[in-house]
Ligand binder design. Structure first.
Ligand code: ATR
Length: 260
C-alpha cells in the first residue's frame, strides 16, 4: 500500500486527507493519505522516509513550505522562484520539491471563468501563498500587480523575487480590476481595516472557510463579483494527486461537497 502525508503545524484543520482519500477510492488505488503534525526538527527524518520508499509522497503546509527546501535534491521552476514547496515526490533516486499552488490558483481562476489577461491586480498580504499567486498571475499575462501589506518589509521581500510588482503603503488603494485578499483576516469573522469603495470589480479571497468572509460579503453588497479560494485548494490537491498517481482525478459535485 502506498502512503501519502500532509505535514504542517498545526495540521488538524487540513481537509487534504478527505479529498485525497476520496480520489484514491474513486480510482481504485491501493493507498492511504494521512495528516501528521511535525516539528521543524522532524523534517529531515520524515523526508528520509520518502528516500527509503517507506512513504510515497508528501504535501507540505504552513509553516514548512520553505523549511523543507534544504532537504530536497531538485526543485521545480515554480519552487526556485517562489521558495515555496507544497508537493514532494521521488523520481529515480532524487527527492523533488514542486509547488502546485501555482497551477492550483490558475486552474481555479479558469474554472470560475475569471480572466486576468491584461488586467490590474491588487494583492493584500505578503504571507506564504502570495509568491505562488504572483508567479501564477504573471504567467497568465496580467498587466499590473500592486502589492500591499501591513508590514511593508514583507512586501519588499516579495518584490526582491518579482521586480514587476509595485509596492503600495497599507491604506493606499490603486485603480484595479481584481483584488485578492491573501491575508489571514476573515478566518475568524474579522474585517480588514481597508476601505475599498468600488463596484463591478472582482473580489477574490484565498480563504474558503468561512465561504464568505466580511471582505467578500461587503464586496457583494456593493455590486462586485466575488470568489473564494475553494477551487484553488481543490486544484492544488488535484495536481499533487496526478503527479503521484498518474491520474487526473475528477472534480465533481461529490468532491465539492467534501469541502462543504
Ligand atoms: P501565511 O504564511 O500562513 O500566509 P502569515 O505569513 O502569517 O501567514 O501571513 C498572514 C498575512 O496576513 C500577512 O500578510 C499579515 O500581515 P503582516 O505581515 O503585517 O503580519 C496579514 N495580516 C494578519 N493580520 C492582519 C491584520 N489584522 N491586518 C492586516 N493584515 C493582517
Amino acid at each position: 500500500m502506498k502512503k501519502y502525508f500532509v505535514i504542517g503545524n498545526p495540521i488538524s484543520h487540513s481537509l487534504s486527507p478527505e479529498l485525497h482519500n476520496f480520489w484514491i477510492k474513486k480510482n481504485n488505488i491501493n493507498a492511504l493519505y494521512k495528516k501528521i503534525k511535525l516539528e521543524e526538527s522532524d523534517l529531515k527524518n520524515f523526508i528520509d522516509k520518502l528516500r527509503n520508499d517507506e512513504i510515497h509522497g508528501i504535501n507540505v503546509t504552513v509553516p514548512f513550505k520553505n523549511k523543507v527546501i534544504k532537504y530536497l535534491d531538485k526543485l521545480s521552476l515554480e519552487v526556485e522562484t517562489t521558495n515555496s514547496v507544497n508537493t514532494i515526490y521521488k523520481s529515480g533516486n532524487d527527492i523533488i520539491g514542486h509547488n502546485t499552488d501555482v497551477a492550483g490558483f490558475e486552474l481555479g481562476l479558469r474554472h470560475s471563468k475569471i480572466n486576468v489577461l491584461h488586467k490590474s491586480v491588487f494583492i493584500l498580504g505578503a504571507g506564504g501563498v502570495v509568491s505562488s499567486i504572483i508567479f501564477s498571475l504573471l504567467s497568465m499575462g496580467c498587466k499590473k500587480i500592486y502589492l500591499t501589506n501591513r508590514t511593508i518589509e514583507k512586501a519588499e521581500n516579495i518584490k526582491n523575487k518579482f521586480d514587476e510588482v509595485e509596492i503600495l503603503k497599507w491604506g493606499e488603494i490603486p485603480d484595479f480590476d481584481i483584488v485578492i485578499n491573501a491575508t489571514s483576516v476573515g478566518l475568524k469573522g474579522d474585517s480588514l481595516d481597508l476601505v475599498l469603495n468600488v463596484k463591478d470589480k472582482i473580489f477574490y479571497d484565498v480563504i474558503y472557510n468561512p465561504k464568505e468572509t466580511q471582505f467578500l460579503k461587503e464586496a457583494k453588497k456593493n455590486g462586485n463579483k466575488i470568489e473564494n479560494g475553494k477551487f484553488m485548494f481543490i486544484y492544488q490537491a488535484n495536481q499533487s494527486f496526478s503527479i503521484w498517481n498518474n491520474v487526473i482525478p475528477k472534480i465533481d459535485d461529490e468532491v465539492l461537497k467534501i469541502l462543504g
